[in-house]
Write a protein that binds this ligand. Structure first.
Ligand SMILES: Cc1ncc(COP(=O)(O)O)c(C=O)c1O
Length: 453
């Protein structure tokens, strides 16, 4: 009788995990100054952190400088970056076009209690590229963009309920931080997941939050058929970051569009990360147009940013003078330095540049597939992004994604770091225009040595 696949997978993951203490010691030996800075951080930040997404055991690597695809850490080691601040730097670190735009803007004044022409430039670029964007509002983060998008949907529809997908991360906003990484003990039925708060301190989600499985057109149709008259918004990532940077099926996105049209809910695509997929965003590649889109990351060129863009009638809900309008102030909305960096980045991201980084992304994923042939590892991702998953299960939703061996992924990430390459602790990666073939080959060689040891 053949051995069950999971037993074979556990055998494969065991040797790296057995060397866990040794791998962590190697990391510590390479990062003594980061360790010291982390001890200092603990005296001012709770647990040493002021940003949860960068938590890494045994301690984070503090960075000193970045240039192109290379970062230099606090201990003076050069690391090839394969995550670029969560994919937000498509041109790499300190790109001269961006740095010059930022320096010029900072010298000419960095913030005013008034608009500047630069914000029009960035807004026009985005509205030209995104099919769903007639009007746009700029925010300081993707989280804020999601918050305002949900408010616009509620104001437009006069309804309360937000439908979001199990496993989708939409930032740190009360009505989106549900079932982001729920525990199997509490996540309920696969077809109709129980909304599970992803943070302490959230108000009850009763009457406001409905959770559906990602990528399941039937479940979404059933939810809308049952509760459509209460639903203000359906919030979907057209590439699911925390589920392995996977794309949903086109059928699913078409079903979401039809379901929203049928019940009058606002379809929001959260493209905070997915906008990196192409010149016209993820919606341009799948050909499904939402009513509103949330953006962040690349549109700020490395500076704090977010945006909500949408059809004129949806966005009109925030127009000064409208009765019952959605108000949206913000000392740093459309900050002149941010919009200068964002416009310089977006201008550099031509269709040809997208084709080049996406082609290289596809090549990296194909090489990783080859390297992992016959191993209990799945390679996912799209465009210029990839994710290495320690599982022999094909991933199409959150429940598939959590079959990964997280300890193995974390240790492999530390090994790659020790060899001079940075991906996330769970092996998400991406490239930038500054990534060279030599960087990629070095990374693939290091990964091969680990998995084929
Ligand atoms: C899809 C998605 N939405 C929203 C956010 C939140 O954006 P920010 O971190 O800028 O608040 C993120 C961040 O990773 C994201 O990936």
């Amino acid at each position: 009788m053949n051995e069950p696949a999971t037993v074979r997978a556990n055998d494969f993951f065991a040797p790296v995990k057995a060397r866990g203490a040794e791998i962590e010691d190697r990391y510590r030996a390479l990062t003594p100054r980061s360790q010291a800075l982390f001890e200092r951080a603990k005296t001012v930040f709770p647990g040493g952190y002021t940003r949860d997404s960068i938590v890494r055991a045994p301690h984070p690597t503090f960075m000193a400088t970045g240039d192109g695809a290379i970062m230099t850490d606090a201990d003076g080691r050069e690391i090839v970056d394969f995550w670029f601040n969560a994919s937000s730097l498509p041109l790499g670190h300190a790109d001269p076009r961006v740095s010059e735009a930022v320096a010029a803007r900072a010298r000419a004044g960095s913030a005013f209690y008034a608009p500047t022409e630069g914000e029009l430039t960035l807004a026009e670029i985005i509205c030209d590229r995104l099919a769903s964007a007639d009007r746009i509002r700029l925010t300081n983060s993707g989280s804020e963009a999601v918050m305002i998008a949900v408010r616009l949907a509620r104001a437009r529809t006069g309804r309360d309920v937000v439908v979001k997908c199990e496993g989708s991360y939409h930032g740190s906003y009360d009505d989106a931080q549900w079932s982001v990484s729920p525990d199997p003990k509490s996540f309920g039925d696969a077809d109709a997941p129980t909304p599970v708060p992803d943070s302490g301190g959230l108000p009850s989600g009763a009457g406001r939050i409905r959770v559906v499985p990602y990528n399941d057109a039937g479940a979404l149709r059933r939810t809308v058929a049952a509760d459509g008259s209460d639903i203000a918004a359906v919030l979907i990532e057209p590439m699911a970051n925390r589920i392995g940077l996977i794309l949903p099926s086109t059928e699913y996105l078409v079903a979401a569009r039809e379901a929203c049209d049928a019940c009058g809910a606002i379809l929001i695509f959260d493209e905070v990360i997915a906008f990196r997929l192409g010149y016209n965003g993820a919606q341009g590649t799948v050909g499904v147009t939402p009513d509103a889109t949330t953006l962040g990351k690349v549109i700020g060129g490395g500076f704090p940013v977010g945006a909500v863009a949408g059809r004129a009638d949806v966005m009109a809900t925030s127009e000064p003078g409208m009765a019952g309008r959605v108000t949206h102030a913000g000392t740093f909305n459309a900050n002149p330095v941010t919009v200068a960096a964002g416009a310089a980045t977006m201008e550099a991201l031509s269709p040809e540049v997208f084709a080049a980084i996406n082609g290289e992304g596809a090549r990296i994923r194909a090489r990783l597939h080859e390297i992992c042939d016959g191993l209990p590892i799945r390679i996912t991702g799209a465009g210029s992004l990839f994710k290495i998953n320690a599982t022999d299960v094909d991933i199409t939703d959150y429940r598939g994604a959590i079959t990964v061996d997280t300890r193995w992924e974390e240790l492999v990430s530390l090994e790659l770091f020790a060899d001079g390459f940075m991906v996330t602790p769970h092996l998400h990666g991406c490239i930038s225009t500054a990534t060279t073939e030599e960087h990629v080959e070095g990374f693939l060689d290091a990964f091969t040595r680990i998995v084929r040891a």
